[in-house]
Design a binder for this molecule. Structure first.
Ligand code: NDP
Length: 514
């Protein structure tokens, strides 16, 4: 087989103008662990514009020198590759820190003056990429002040127009997401806005589009005629650790399902877009999300389950229950696990259940999409239960060990006719080596180039919230009533298994077949 690779038209080299990246919340954890390593790895690969500046913004009083030292240490601890002196020396003189409050308009005006001075020294305009990497409570004042100070409108309509990346969470319900979109729409054009969900920067998630639409074998079977269920699992084996305070205000539905899991669902369920244009792709994702039927959370057959972990064994060690974790109040009714049975009311997927789940302190860390195909008619090998004919599965593994596995039934060698599922497996690391770029590298590069394909559009975020907000409101009203429990280190509450029984299914991630 040829080992040739083909670039798509969206990957063609682009002329990126001189750029000034401003990170709000630059003294924080995300900058140290992800953003600085991503920027330096892009620089190492010569993917940053020739003139690139980095300004950290925050309330911390830090000198330029101290900020550079902070980034240098972060790179040493968190970069996927060592950053050599040459790469560091090229960018370091262009790094500075701007101390200021997030709600102090004067500080934004001073930032504007600093940016203009950089442009004057360059003798040309520069595009600004504002990265909002603070806790969500200050997203609004930052966006408002970017607007009032004029920073949002710099070089409007030109190639150097300002851009803004907004971190997750994008709202905590439909109303707050709508309000945030309101501020964004008043201050920016949608083409300037990049709502990040770092899952979309992961290699397997991007390649889902390629798998589906660059191979003709999947499209004919990717529908209700051949697929019996789709399962999406995003599980963690860790507990909340030191992030208890944050997590208790969030929960599994807000923290993982509303964004990551719904994005995976949209990419799996969407119709083929008319082109690789970002808007064409995002239009199809929105349509898929709009086709989701409202979730039944009451009655005889509820389609949602929530749970919280109690003490259990993880890797042979006793693990605390959620209520014993740091900063969690005894009165907490926050779910650390959520599972839903969803269905899409459209031609392609009518009648196919989409089972989704996410939780903490589960049996393993895994992010997977499992497409379960229909069983073959039981006329040959299924007769009289002599043989077990398993349904074919396509497993798309996002982490760990990114890859794709197709499960087929095969004959066990021997004189007897005995069937056994076998795997056709592809692993990214085995085929392409281990040095895959981090999600943030891909996403920052795309934002610099103005490509919004892998970012969430405002209407996508609101469509996802409109499905889940009623569930959250119901849970809030119920308090602990109906909150299931599960032992740490297991696959979640039993009630979540019952969600699948009606369709004759069971959760597959973590089962023997792997
Ligand atoms: P941090 O809590 O580390 O905060 C970042 C910076 O924001 C702080 O260094 C501080 O800077 C400022 N800040 C902190 N609390 C407040 C506050 N209450 N009011 C105003 N400013 C505050 O956040 P992270 O870096 O961990 O995350 C940044 C964003 O990225 C968040 O929205 C988070 O949800 C998201 N995110 C983070 C991930 C991670 O792994 N950390 C992963 C995915 C998303 P200063 O005091 O200097 O102003």
């Amino acid at each position: 087989m040829s080992n040739q690779t083909h670039a798509t038209s969206t990957d063609a080299p682009r002329e990126t103008p001189p750029t000034i990246i401003v990170i709000f919340g630059a003294s924080g954890d995300l900058t140290a662990r992800k953003l600085a390593p991503a920027i330096f790895n892009l620089s190492k690969d010569d993917l940053l514009p020739e003139s690139c500046y980095l300004i950290g913004y925050g309330r911390s009083s830090m000198s330029d020198e101290a900020f550079r030292d902070y980034l240098r240490e972060s790179l040493a601890s968190h970069s996927r590759r060592p950053i050599e002196e040459a790469t560091w020396d090229a960018l370091a003189p262009n790094i500075s820190f701007h101390a200021g409050g997030y709600d102090e308009l004067d500080s934004y005006k001073e930032l504007d003056t600093k940016i203009t001075a950089i442009e004057e020294s360059l003798g040309s305009y520069a595009q600004c990429l504002f990265y909002v990497s603070t806790p969500p409570g200050v997203f609004m004042p930052i966006l408002e002040n970017l607007g009032t100070s004029g920073l949002a409108k710099r070089h409007k309509g030109q190639a150097t127009a300002s851009k803004v990346i907004i971190e997750k969470p994008f709202g905590r319900d439909l109303q707050s997401a709508h309000e945030l979109n309101g501020v964004i729409n008043r201050r920016f054009e949608e083409s300037q806005v990049f709502r990040i969900d770092h899952y979309l920067g992961k290699e397997t998630v991007q390649s889902l589009l390629v798998q589906r639409f660059a191979n003709s074998i999947f499209e004919p079977v990717w529908n209700r005629n051949y697929v019996s269920s789709v399962q999406i699992t995003v599980s963690e084996n860790l507990g909340v650790g030191s992030r208890g305070g944050y997590y208790d205000r969030s929960g599994a539905l807000r923290d993982m399902i509303q964004n990551h899991v719904m994005q995976l669902l949209a990419l799996t369920a969407m119709e083929p877009p008319s082109s690789l244009d970002p808007e064409a792709i995002r239009d199809e994702k929105v349509k898929a999300l709009q086709a989701l039927k409202p979730v039944a959370f009451t009655g005889d057959d509820p389609e949602v389950v929530r749970g919280v972990y109690t003490e259990g064994l993880v890797d042979g060690q006793r693990a605390d229950g959620y209520l014993e974790e740091e900063a969690i109040p005894q009165s907490s009714s926050t779910e650390t696990y959520a599972a839903l049975r969803l269905s899409l009311d459209n031609w392609r997927w009518k009648g196919v259940p989409f089972y989704i789940r996410s939780g903490k302190r589960l049996a393993m860390k895994a992010s997977e999409i499992v497409v379960q195909f229909s069983r073959p008619p039981a006329i040959l090998f299924g007769e009289g239960q002599r043989f077990k004919v398993e349904p074919n599965l396509l497993v798309i593994r996002i982490q760990p060990n990114e890859g794709i596995t197709l499960y087929l039934n095969s004959k066990v060698p021997g004189l007897e006719t005995k069937l056994q599922p076998i795997k056709l497996a592809f692993g990214y690391e085995t085929t392409f080596g281990s040095n895959t770029p981090e999600a943030y590298e891909r996403l920052i590069l795309d934002a610099l180039n103005g490509d919004g394909t892998l970012f969430i559009r405002g209407d996508e975020a609101e469509t996802s919230w409109s499905l889940l907000s009623p569930v959250l409101e119901f849970w809030e009203a119920q308090g602990k009533n109906g909150l299931e429990s599960y032992s740490a280190g297991t696959w979640g509450p039993l009630a979540a298994d019952k969600l699948l029984l009606k369709g004759g299914h069971e959760w597959l991630t973590g089962k023997e077949y792997q």
